[in-house]
Write a protein that binds this ligand. Structure first.
Ligand code: BGC
Length: 927
């Protein structure tokens, strides 16, 4: 016993001191089932309990089976011991990969003392269907166009298996949205698959391991197929192309290919073709992304998705031969329910009208639990706000109905055929989604209990990576509101809003929010998907679309706007900063150049005067506020100037991207273009003493942020920006594009006190104002609702819009102090530089970077500042400890410069600056 115990201790110590290899991922995902790149990229994280833990070498082995991997052999790829500190973006270089191949892999790492870690836990990926010839399945549906009959189609067939399945994978997709079933069970829990893409170019397929769902003998497979983005309504379609629905097509289609390896050694393939049957008699009588779903439980067809169902009355499926789209494996996290919310109250503002308050503006739908006679219809309407009389306020939804209805089956029957004793019926929609805080329920005989409704929150299910908390409850609420707004708008594409008839991938909004979004969630795979949408939507002449996907004539309308199109360059750049994704930069470099060249070709004197499309400018700046006494001039930076600044920024980022990719010619060419635009900008719009035409806060903020002024004029610009803030009595007059950039520039210029003042404002316009007025998400407009005045223009007044939530980046970078470093992308090295201030007593936050968790937490009490930081293994950080004198900075109670892992570099702007190796540290300084 004693011996055993001591050997256990020995093993534990070794593990504690050595490195551990964790979180093995392929193409950013855990064990993806369909990868369609021939050189998938692998990553892992290094963990250690010691300071200054470093990886000096790694070995990856990739095997064709779990059994081979278990013997530590890599029959597909064995890197051997590679001297390298890299843990991310390592491209597979083994034997050629082919469709369906399963790859089992693991990795180990050596530390700086040459000690090897144990192997990581085994991980895997499977190759998808790489060639169109891999698909023997056909696109099926029925002959009814989805124009008058809006019922979802149900599709099914049966098949026999001669023995137990050893492994079964199904690949499935739709032009529309679908749910797949096998033997009475729903396959997976993804929602709104295959998600929103430009279906004429590219449609995603999903892959599921369904081994456990199959059985020897007769099996049933089926799908429910809704209209979705393909055949249903899409935001703005009505106004832009006078077409309410059927934007991509009017015949939804479904495709599936089930590939089974049987225990008896045989293989079976079940594919969609003319052997399938179809019906429009199912319970989903109508479904639409924007309008909602009509469900009649009396039309349910128990057993339709199992063997033995009588489908004689069903029609033979219609096989479409003219579908032109490329099927690609879904690269991003699926849309899934990420949490459930219980309502906080239910009221009855008018007889029989019940209004639930979810307590949170959310995106998803409701689960309804009700009881009643067969044929009773319950109608569920969704809204973000209430009118004064307590009924729901729906004007700002414009034409989106956001209404579900459920007609009760009334019979006490359960799905599986049993009898329910309580007669309670449960309903959730399938092919729609809503943005709402309030839920109006009508059609019930008596007041429902609170548990009649559950809010099912869903979004593209990325891991949440950020945390923020401080001594100020309003700031904490602001951070939560930003996160909720992100949850609500990352749904296959980054949308502007989730409620009205819009919900599009507006490029300007995400260009601004991308940094905050990445700190809040692991966005890499999401952007890998969406940047394809962006390229698919680019016009022939190089204009990026105003929103992507762009189904409304990308070469003609809603393309090419300054500050919007630029997302095509900005997003890959910011993804590279945080994830080191060079491949994404490379994939987007040419499209970025085409955009910049389009602008240059039309504006040879380098001021962007021509071809600015819809020219939104610094959107929703303070000139658009409606409030008596509030100036309606002076906020907006002149649009031509705004455009020219964006042009310069785009050229600069193209040059930087080219540099990362080692393309010297492009680096020099676009750097020169940037310098030339800068010169033209100064000549045309900047006076000798640094006034930028328009004299707006926004103009100075953006010019400073994009480095558009000569060094000697920067202090002047800062002064004018401060004067601008004074003119607005200590408030912002900035719009979408300039607000968070001004916050960052105030801090950079040493006026952090002013930045704190702006974020601490509770008077209008400010974030605090919306919070005082009950906001649980970020509003589109500072004055979405104003006491005494009421709602802003119902034509454009979302309460769930992330753009001005871009200040989240400032909160992470300035309050908590976590900053990336472009010289060492993906947090290989980073900067921790918190700026205590704004009356805060403490603040703490963290970011789960691709290399591990970074944390920073500070507090001030009794004249002492404490700063705790966490630097992931195999990374280093420059840490700024606010202090008067480096000599009085302690770390874990010892003089900091004597502490292990800490090296004093310099004093800078009121802080002692240290180079800190990986590990956890507690600094303390006298203030
Ligand atoms: C959207 C915005 C978008 C804008 C373009 C609006 O309707 O909601 O966020 O960027 O149009 O001006």
């Amino acid at each position: 016993m004693v011996l055993l115990a001591s050997s256990e201790v020995l093993v534990f110590d070794q593990v504690r001191e050595g490195l551990r290899v964790a979180v093995p991922r392929c193409e950013y995902l855990v064990d993806p089932l369909a990868v369609d790149t021939l050189e998938p990229r692998l990553s892992w994280q290094i963990e250690s309990n010691s300071r200054d833990a470093r990886q000096t070498a790694y070995q990856i082995i990739v095997a064709s089976s779990a059994a081979v991997l278990a013997t530590n052999r890599g029959d597909l790829w064995d890197t051997g011991k590679v001297a390298s500190n890299q843990t991310i973006q390592i491209a597979y270089q083994g034997k050629p990969l082919a469709s369906r191949l399963r790859c089992f892999w693991k990795v180990r790492a050596w530390d700086q003392n040459g000690r090897a870690s144990t192997w990581s836990k085994p991980a895997q990926w499977a190759m998808g269907l790489m060639q169109s010839a891999d698909w023997s399945a056909k696109w099926i549906g029925d002959k009814l166009p989805s124009v008058e009959n809006l019922s979802a189609a149900t599709l099914r067939r049966e098949f026999k298996l001669s023995s137990r399945a050893r492994r079964a994978i199904v690949y499935a997709s739709a032009l529309g949205v679908y749910e797949l079933h096998i033997n009475g069970k729903r396959v997976g829990n993804d929602l709104l698959a295959p998600e929103f893409t430009d279906y004429h170019t590219r449609t995603q397929y999903q892959s599921y391991d369904v081994t456990e769902l199959l059985k020897p003998g007769a099996n049933g497979i089926g799908a429910v197929l809704g209209d979705g983005w393909y055949a249903g309504g899409i935001g703005l379609a009505r106004s832009l192309i006078k077409k309410p629905r059927n934007i991509y097509g009017d015949h939804p289609r479904f495709i599936a290919q089930l590939e089974v390896e049987l225990a008896d050694g045989k293989t079976e393939r079940v594919v969609t073709d003319e052997s399938w049957k179809t019906s429009r008699e199912g319970p989903i009588a109508q479904s639409d992304i924007l309008d909602g779903e009509v469900y009649d439980a009396r039309r349910e067809m128990p057993g339709w998705d199992s063997a033995g169902f009588d489908d004689k009355a069903w029609k033979t499926a219609d096989v479409a031969s003219n579908v032109r789209t490329t099927l690609v494996a879904q690269p991003n996290e699926p849309i899934r329910v990420t949490q459930d919310i219980k309502p906080i109250s239910v009221s009855e503002p008018k007889p029989g009208i019940y209004v639930f308050d979810m307590g949170q503006n959310m995106v998803g739908w409701c689960r309804l639990r009700v009881q009643g006679a067969a044929g009773t219809t319950v109608t569920i309407r969704h809204a973000e706000m209430l009118s004064d009389d307590g009924t729901i306020y729906t004007d700002n939804l414009r034409a989106a109905k956001q209404t579900d209805s459920y007609t009760m089956r009334g019979r006490v029957r359960l799905r599986g055929g049993g009898i329910a004793s309580d007669g309670i019926e449960t309903f959730e929609p399938h092919f729609t989604y809503h943005g709402f805080r309030y839920v109006e329920v009508t059609g019930l005989k008596s007041k429902p209990l609170l548990d009649a409704i559950t809010g099912r929150v869903f979004n593209s299910a990325m891991i949440e990576t950020g945390a923020f908390e401080s001594s100020d409850p309003t700031l904490n609420k602001l951070w939560r509101n930003i996160l909720w707004t992100q949850r609500g708008n990352m749904l296959s594409i980054p949308t502007d809003c989730p409620q009205r008839d819009e919900r599009l991938g507006w490029m300007g909004d995400i260009q601004i929010f991308v940094g905050t979004g990445i700190l809040n969630m692991d966005m890499a795979a999401f952007y890998k998907k969406w940047m394809r949408d962006v390229r698919d939507a680019q016009a022939e002449d190089g204009r990026f679309a105003d929103f992507s996907p762009h189904p409304f004539g990308k070469d003609k309308i809603f393309t090419g706007v300054p500050g919007w199109g630029d997302a095509g360059i900005v997003v890959p750049w910011r993804v590279w900063q945080h994830y080191g994704d060079k491949r994404m930069l490379a994939e987007n470099l040419e499209s970025g150049k085409r955009w910049v060249e389009f602008i240059r070709a039309n504006n040879p004197n380098l001021l962007w005067k021509n071809k600015r499309g819809n020219d939104y400018g610094d959107w929703l700046n303070s000139d658009t506020l409606i409030y008596e006494g509030f100036p309606n001039k002076g906020g907006q930076v002149p649009k031509e100037i705004f455009a020219t600044m964006m042009f310069a920024y785009a050229a600069d980022l193209v040059s930087r991207s080219a540099r990362v990719l080692g393309k010297d010619d492009d680096t020099a060419k676009y750097k020169q273009l940037f310098e030339d635009i800068k010169a033209a900008f100064n000549k045309a719009y900047v006076t000798e003493d640094g006034r930028i035409q328009g004299d707006t806060q926004a103009g100075y903020a953006i010019a400073l942020h994009f480095d558009l002024l000569p060094q000697k004029l920067r202090p002047q610009a800062v002064r004018y920006m401060l004067e601008g803030i004074e003119r607005y009595k200590g408030h912002m007059s900035t719009g979408f594009h300039s607000t968070y950039r001004m916050m960052l520039e105030l801090t950079a210029a040493g006026h952090n006190d002013v930045a704190y003042k702006l974020i601490n404002n509770h008077t209008f316009p400010s974030w605090g104002y919306s919070i005082e007025n009950g906001a649980t998400t970020i509003w589109e407009r500072w004055d979405g609702y104003v006491k005494g005045r009421g709602f802003q223009n119902k034509g454009m007044n979302s309460f769930n819009h992330y753009a001005i939530g871009a200040v989240g980046e400032w909160m992470y970078r300035v309050i908590v102090g976590i900053n990336h470093d472009d010289a060492h992308p993906a947090y290989e090295h980073f900067v921790i530089r918190p700026y205590p201030g704004g009356g805060l007593k403490w603040a703490k936050g963290s970011y789960d970077s691709i290399r591990g968790k970074i944390a920073s937490s500070w507090s001030i009490a009794a004249g002492k500042l404490k700063l705790d930081v966490r630097i992931p293994a195999n990374t280093t950080a420059t840490v700024f400890v606010p202090a008067k004198d480096a000599g009085n900075v302690l770390e874990s109670g010892k003089p900091a410069n004597k502490s292990t892992g800490v090296e004093f570099l310099r004093m800078q702007e009121g802080a002692a600056v240290f180079l800190v190796k990986s590990g956890s540290y507690s600094f303390e300084s006298v203030q």
